[in-house]
Design a protein around this ligand. Sequence first.
Ligand code: GDP
Length: 901
Amino acid sequence: MTDKSIQELAVSVGLPVEKLLDQVRNAGLPQQKADDKISTEQQSTLVDHLKKIHGQGDGDAGKITLKRKTTSTAKVASTSGKAKTINVEVRKKHTFTKPNPEQMKAEALAKAETQTRTLADLKARETGDGKKTEQPENKAKATLDAMRAAQKKETAKVTQKAEVVVKRRSTNKTITKATVKTIETPEQKRIREAESAKLKATEEAARRKSAEEAQQRTLEQMRQMATKYSGDETAPVIRVVDDSPLAAGLVGQAYEDSFAKEDREIKRGTNTPSTRAPKKGGRRGQEEQSFSQNQHKRGLKTSQANKHGFEKPVKKQVYDVEIGETIVVADLAAKMAIKVREVIKSLMKMGELVTQNQAIEQSVAALVVEEMGHNPVLVSDTQAEDNLLEAAEEARGAQTTRPPVVTIMGHVDHGKTSLLDRIRRAKVAQGEAGGITQHIGAYHVETEKGIITFLDTPGHAAFTAMRSRGAKATDIVVLVVAADDGVMPQTAEAIDHARAAGTPIIVAINKMDKESADPDRVLNELTVKEIVPEQWGGDVPVAMVSAHSGQGIDELLDLISIQAELLELKASEEGAAQGVVIESRVDKDRGAVASILVQNGTLKVGDLVLAGGSYGRVRAITDENGQRIKSAGPSIPVEILGLPEAPMAGDEVLVVNDEKKAREVADARIAREREQRLERQSAMRLENIMASMGKKDVPYVNVVLKTDVRGTLEALTVALSALSTDEVRVRVIGSGVGAITESDVTLAESSEAVLLGFNVRADTTGRQKADADGMDIRYYSVIYELIDDVKAAMSGKLAPEHRETILGVAQVREVFHSSKFGAAAGCMVLEGMLHRNKPIRVLRDDVVVFQGELESLRRYKEVVDEVRAGMECGLAVKGYKDIKVLDKIEVYDVQLIKRSL
Ligand code: GDP
């Protein structure tokens, strides 16, 4: 105990401040207000006072305090009418008085004696009835009765312990039997007594033995139950809590009422472990019932059996449970040796709805572990790795300038490949490898201003794939825009990707040799995208080039070198190599071949290399020209042999000197990868981003937004950006007009953004990617609903959601005009089921062009209500005549889903 304010103390013992203040006043202490300090001594005084109230004085050494905590959730309506879930935690405490065998024996004896006396008196009065005077026979009989009773008493004394434990009411029985009906001679009496004593001795021995056995069995059963339910919060074995006496005292009083009931039940012997545990636990419930039945068969009172169980509390195995930054629910359960559903149950009580394959955060996992009575040990996932990196860093020598690594991005056909080829042809010395060059995903060129390394994996997928794996391989992005074509969707996308990664951009306006080239138009369009060229006062360098003629290539390389200088890229050639996987494949003859970009240190043949989740010794290093080399320094791309399996692009590569450490880190990475994947899958959902707002330090909600028309896009972007507050910012990190593509999904995934589609749908590949990554795409057709959802995401609250489910999609194969319906469409149902009476949308190139309902739905001539996937049908859309071949008809349903976080 330390000095605290009343407020703090109330929090630490879980009592309302008012209640605590009452208790403080009752204890005669001076504190009056919540922020008054209460000293250690005063806390002790309070404890003593409370102990007195609850009869928990020092003399109660035989008491055991059992504490039990249950958490549940209650749904209440808030002022706004929305349902709110509140976590309710009830802490119960019960004090069992440990049975004192001596005292029990004495009490039972005294009771037996009184009863014997009363019975003997009664008998005496009965026999002497009507005679009034005491006859000698009566006197003799009374003496005899007294003697018999005394003998019985002796017997009772011997059997007391077993009797009391096994059958409490047996004292009565014994006494009843002790009444004597016949009169015998002293001789008869002596013989009978001798025989009876012998018999009693034998009986006694047998009874004691069976009682002992029964006790033993009960104890054993208790022990088994304890083992079986170890970790189970509802288990009958209740931990003896040695919490601070103050807390126990205070909580004791606060929950007196709730215990009174339990006390009564315990006194009646009904509050057995089986009745306490949940009945509807399936198999668990049955097991408990059969346990209690068995006990009844043996004529044992469970409550008494309990006392024996508690006399020697069964020690529960307490584990030290290591928890990384995240942990998969199933793994957590395994670490505590309990069933997964117990963990899920416990999480549910905390208001977390998870499945066994979901990863939960360290802090949440720690709560569960504590709840289960184990010790959480928090570890950093990357501890082993960090140690390795640190060691590698320490071994590194002086840093020198390293060459920049450049990625070329841009719209398809704007000349990325041609440009890379041109640079390569111009700058890489011909004939080095007899003219044979091989594609290893990267190459470096030597210019007058120094070396430049190009990642030869054009396309945004490679760039984002690396980024989503946490690797930052690229220093500079060269954005290629065809002078005759201007900014195109993938140009915009490349800008989004580069921005999201925080990589500087250099623009190369290509195809300047063409007559139709219009660089000013391109620059204009780029400015709209907030890429303001240097010549226009911005900060983006622009080169006018032609991959065909070679015009401007040197200028471009110069710009790259200048940018690199500004970036002050540094690395050391000394020490263990560290780098990133650019590409990898499995070669039939050579095994796994990995292209690696060394980022720091020097990679040598024979090094033990750890790449992603696997490690192996480098057998050979090849440069981009297919030449065997012995070592490679920073920013140099090479191909290595020797890994047991092909690593993934973006995997980090590290040279280690100790195989044991390599294995340790590889295992940790595999586990982390799995957890991150699972976590990503759930984190990508809008609800979860909202849920995490309160917990994690998430300063912004990232949004990737696609709409049907530019006007809406601009309106929505402005509206969403305006939602930003000091605490939470909304960032539209990607936007565009048209269907949600694979690239949008990748961008959203790597930037932990939510994907919102307004009147557009994901195209096939986009949908496949979203499904594979477990990304949630939200479709809207009402602007304020979209804004409301994002707003809710920011405030961490979610209103009941009108969620659309797409029931079926059909594609228009043929259109014919009928005088009756206008345009009728011959369709093929692609997925799901078409329903005649549900709302529909007409999509053209995955953009909504009409919203309404069906006029008719037919199979052949017949009007039908539903048509399932794979079937053809004819339909007409009410009020829409402009239907075209290849349009899609989407049938959907709107459901109101109540959110609970
Ligand atoms: P990528 O899809 O961005 O890799 O583009 P490619 O490099 O494959 O080029 C697409 C087309 O544009 C090819 O037909 C090239 O010949 C042509 N092209 C590329 N660069 C130039 C250029 O500077 N001038 C002209 N006229 N055509 C070019």
